[in-house]
Design a binder for this molecule. Structure first.
Ligand code: AMP
Ligand code: TRP
Length: 335
């Protein structure tokens, strides 16, 4: 008998322009997983409203994110692609799991602490229970692996804790998932403050490269990236004084399929200016084919709606099975 393929679930929030960090830390790694695993990738619009959004823009960005997934190489013929809010099982399971999650656990989440500090006027309950909804996303599909960037590992940990707690009470209901970190690119840093991660919510657009930036804007951003005054190209991952150069070396390494150490050897003795030009060019050349695909796909709204409609059908079917099992276990009467 053919062995059952392992399952993968992941997603990105349509909360802003997608950055090079999102691409290198997450989406790019999904592409190669599609043949080996049963994959589902979603646009996490329900998570996005934990921070205020302009409705028309959220709608637009959700479509754009889908077009970008496809342009990056996610194939709707191989993977399930859907919009989180199209599957009500996510909200339903999140309610149940919330009753198995402790306030103390949620209070410890770094992302909650960061986001509350940034949005002091809107520390809403959704922001607090964000990790519970994320656990529901993953557990509904019995995902074995969740490919994400480093910043999401704490959320995977709490998801595992919730799943194990539930299983201990009711038997083996959930697959306990594992986070899958990219071997490189798992944490791309801000170009303006290389001790912080590159983030689309950065108020200074020079800190991040958007997948939608004009190519000459990308070049300018790389050229104005913060480095150091030492003027030496060396990869010293544990030296914070080298954070800027380390980051550019890491980006160059993923874009050219090599290691930061090898890039450092290649550019040893050269000036930062020449190195930055080479990095900018590698980024632009890497993004160019994706952008061409994206520009084509985003025009075809009926194709996009076909993809997410079909995706939601499959996702709902799989998720409902898990949800019914959970409902039975906790004592609900299942219709
Ligand atoms: P988000 O932008 O928070 O929705 O993140 C979507 C995915 O991109 C998650 O898997 C993140 O871990 C990943 N990601 C976000 N920013 C970065 C970054 N600077 N470096 C690497 N991965 C990232
Ligand atoms: N919290 C994730 C992020 O900000 C997005 C996300 C929501 C997600 N649900 C998920 C990622 C489930 C992986 C699996 O990046």
């Amino acid at each position: 008998m053919e062995e059952h393929k392992k399952r993968i679930f992941s997603g990105v929030q349509p909360s802003g322009t997608i950055t090079l960090g999102n691409y290198l830390g997450a989406i790019r790694n999904w592409v190669s997983l599609q043949d080996k695993y049963d994959c589902a990738f979603a646009m996490m619009d329900m998570h996005t409203i934990t921070v205020r959004q302009t409705p028309a823009e959220l709608r637009k960005r959700t479509q754009e994110l889908l077009a970008l997934y496809i342009a990056c190489g996610i194939d709707p013929g191989k993977s399930i692609l859907f919009i989180q809010s199209h599957n009500s099982a996510h909200a339903e399971l999140a309610w149940v799991l919330g009753c198995y999650t402790y306030m103390g656990e949620l209070q410890r989440m770094t992302q909650f602490k960061d986001k509350s500090a940034h949005h002091e006027d809107n520390i809403n309950a959704g922001l607090f229970t964000y990790p519970v909804l994320m656990a529901a996303d993953i557990l509904l599909y019995n995902a074995d692996y969740v490919p994400v960037g480093k910043d999401q590992m704490q959320h995977i940990e709490i998801c595992r804790d919730i799943a194990q707690r539930f299983n201990a009470l009711y038997g083996d209901v959930f697959t306990v998932p594992e986070g899958l970190l990219a071997s490189s690119g798992a944490k791309i840093m801000s170009l303006q403050d290389p001790t912080k991660k590159m983030s689309k919510s950065d108020t200074n657009p020079k800190g991040y490269i958007s997948m939608m930036d004009d190519f000459n804007v990308i070049a300018q951003k790389v050229k104005s990236a913060v480095t150091d005054s030492e003027g030496v190209i060396e990869y010293r991952p544990d030296d914070t004084a080298k954070a800027g150069i380390n980051n550019l070396l890491s980006i160059m390494a993923v874009m050219t399929a090599t290691t930061p150490e090898a890039v450092a050897v290649q550019f040893a003795g050269q000036g930062y200016g020449a190195f930055k030009s080479a990095v900018a060019e590698a980024i632009v050349e890497g993004i160019r084919p994706i952008r061409e695909e994206y520009d084509r796909i985003i025009q075809d709204k009926s194709y996009l709606s076909d993809v997410y409609t079909r995706g939601a059908e499959t996702a709902c079917r799989i998720a409902r099975r898990t949800l019914n099992k959970v409902y039975k276990k906790v004592g609900f009467i299942v219709k």
